[in-house]
Write a protein that binds this ligand. Structure first.
Ligand code: ATP
Length: 512
């Protein structure tokens, strides 16, 4: 895995991600996608959309507006409950999330446990049994108890909104500011994460609008419209991809935590009482979706929530091992009938489904799958980007930077390269092939620099195949196709080229 700083500069250098408004020194936690970034991001969205909407006859899509009636956010709980507890360090003037500081304290204890385990592993060698060691070693048992106590107390304080206790915990654990090293903290305060703005023609509270902090509510408020217009029967789902905005207090780790980001969410409407069965189904289905991209199983794991949100009766994260550790990539939540019931109450409109099987009406339950497109992007880049020793043209060892993305999501599928730039026969044959292929795939034509350097440029952006047009092409209409990962080169007839790629680089290859 590549060092995180190098990954960020690679993303900029190769046109994946730029800091927003960089000429004005950027805007914190806001980013722009460059020419290669937008292709990769679109491919991720397309893979998600196809596997959800196209592959399920009982899932349909919508594209709701970012602005919604302000009562939406009252109903959803975001006005009253979408708060993070924040605390400032008086010396460094830095702002932190109190819950994250406390979690960080628990992680430090965890790190001590891991250190002990690694020591024991070295000492005992092959005979080492980690599970047994964890269960019997006194020091580890004590430390694990301490972690559980810290996390349980944190969960309680978060659930009841007890800011005083969060402050007390920070003091008791003697947590210091990473910047100033001091323990000079302010009180812990609630901070609402929604951005707001004002409708032009209505002054005051009445005209206050929010930028949506999640796409899900656009789905809930359209439940009846979609169900009636598509005649879907429960169980069925509504999918949506779109922007969401959160005024994150601590925005760091590149595109992992942004203030403007994109979500891919699907709400699955079901009979009350069937939620656990569908929850299990979507857990497995979503994990498979990740694995189909070739992500190693050891980099993905489930993490059950012990601190359930106000709307959920079961929730799990799919975590991915980012360069800074395992972190949430996607959430699967059993949301009960919370949202639809709330909207029913606040709007005064009946939001129910008549179930012909049961011969009764009810407010459907919901299981949601929610993934951040940008986080998925970061997961894919950090999984794929590596430095590797390979033989160069003369057979000498050299280092190459290569992005081993699954071909179906790679920004450029095929690069067409004439061996030499100033041989008209070669460049015109290459241009003709490029023109033929560009109809089917996102291709690049590149004639600048030596062929080895052009290969490296394509490796760096993850192009799975390079086609070289050489003098033999002019004689017998064949080309060399180089594979990004194996570096193998095969000779193919020009008219076989399209079929050779078609299956390998298509999103459909991920769906079957
Ligand atoms: P976190 O605990 O990391 O703040 P969350 O639990 O609040 O995330 P959800 O509300 O469940 O996140 O949102 C669903 C998904 O949206 C997350 O799994 C994540 O992929 C994505 N997401 C949430 N907040 C952000 C953000 N600030 N930047 C980028 N992606 C985000």
């Amino acid at each position: 895995m590549m060092d995180f700083k190098n990954l960020i500069s690679h993303c900029k250098e190769y046109g994946f991600i730029f800091p927003s408004s960089e000429i004005y020194d950027g805007l914190s936690a806001v980013y722009d996608y460059g020419p290669n970034g937008v292709e990769l991001k679109n491919n991720i969205k397309s893979y998600w959309w196809k596997s959800m909407v196209q592959m399920h006859k009982n899932i349909v899509g919508i594209d709701a507006a970012i602005f919604m009636h302000p009562k939406t956010w009252k109903a959803s709980g975001h006005v009253d409950a979408f708060n993070d507890p924040l605390v400032d360090n008086k010396d460094s003037k830095k702002r932190y999330r109190a819950d994250q500081l406390i979690e960080g304290y628990a992680e430090k204890i965890e790190a001590k446990i891991n250190k002990d385990i690694e020591k024991a592993r070295t000492r005992f060698g092959d005979a080492f049994d980690e599970a047994q060691f964890r269960a019997t070693n006194e020091r580890i048992i004590e430390r694990q108890k301490e972690i559980d106590a810290v996390l349980n107390r944190l969960a309680d304080a978060m659930k009841t909104g007890n800011m005083d206790d969060l402050k007390a915990q920070i003091e008791e654990y003697e947590i210091v500011c990473p910047e100033s090293g001091s323990r000079n903290w302010t009180e812990v305060r609630q901070f609402n994460l929604m951005f707001n703005t004002q409708l032009g023609n209505i002054a005051g509270e009445e005209g206050k609008l929010y930028l949506r902090p999640e796409t899900a509510q656009g789905i809930f408020v359209n439940f009846l419209n979609v169900q009636k217009s598509t005649r879907q029967k429960v169980p069925f789902g509504i999918a949506q991809i779109g922007k969401a905005f959160r005024n994150e207090i601590v925005a760091r780790q590149f595109i992992f935590r942004m203030r403007e980001f994109e979500q891919m969410e699907m709400q699955f409407f079901i009979q009350p009482g069937t939620e656990m069965q569908w929850y299990e189904y979507w857990k497995e289905t979503r994990l498979q979706w990740h694995k189909a991209l070739g992500t190693d199983s050891s980099k993905l794991r489930f993490h059950d929530h012990n601190n359930l949100a106000h709307y959920a009766n079961a929730a799990v994260d799919i975590e991915f091992e980012f360069p800074f550790g395992f972190k949430e990539l996607e959430g699967i939540h059993s949301r009960t009938d919370f949202d639809l019931s709330q909207h029913q109450e606040l709007s005064g409109k009946k939001i129910q489904y008549f179930d012909p099987e049961l011969n009764e009406s009810y407010v459907p339950y919901v299981v949601e799958t929610s993934i951040g497109c940008d986080r998925m992007f970061l997961a894919m880049i950090s999984n794929a980007l590596q430095e590797e020793n390979v033989p160069d043209a003369d057979g000498q060892d050299s280092v190459r930077t290569v992005m081993k993305l699954h071909p179906a999501i790679a920004p450029v599928k095929v690069a067409v390269l004439p061996l030499l730039k100033n041989k008209e026969e070669l460049t015109s044959a290459a241009t003709a092939l490029y023109d033929q292929l560009k109809v089917h795939f996102n291709c690049q034509y590149d004639e600048k620099d030596a062929i080895g350097r052009r290969y490296r440029r394509q490796d760096a952006i993850g192009t799975p195949y390079c086609i070289t047009i050489d003098f033999e092409t002019l004689e017998n209409n064949t080309v060399t196709v180089r594979d990004r990962d194996s570096l193998e080169q095969v000779r193919l007839k020009i008219d076989e080229v399209k079929n050779f790629f078609q299956d390998k680089v298509s999103i459909e290859s991920l769906l079957v």
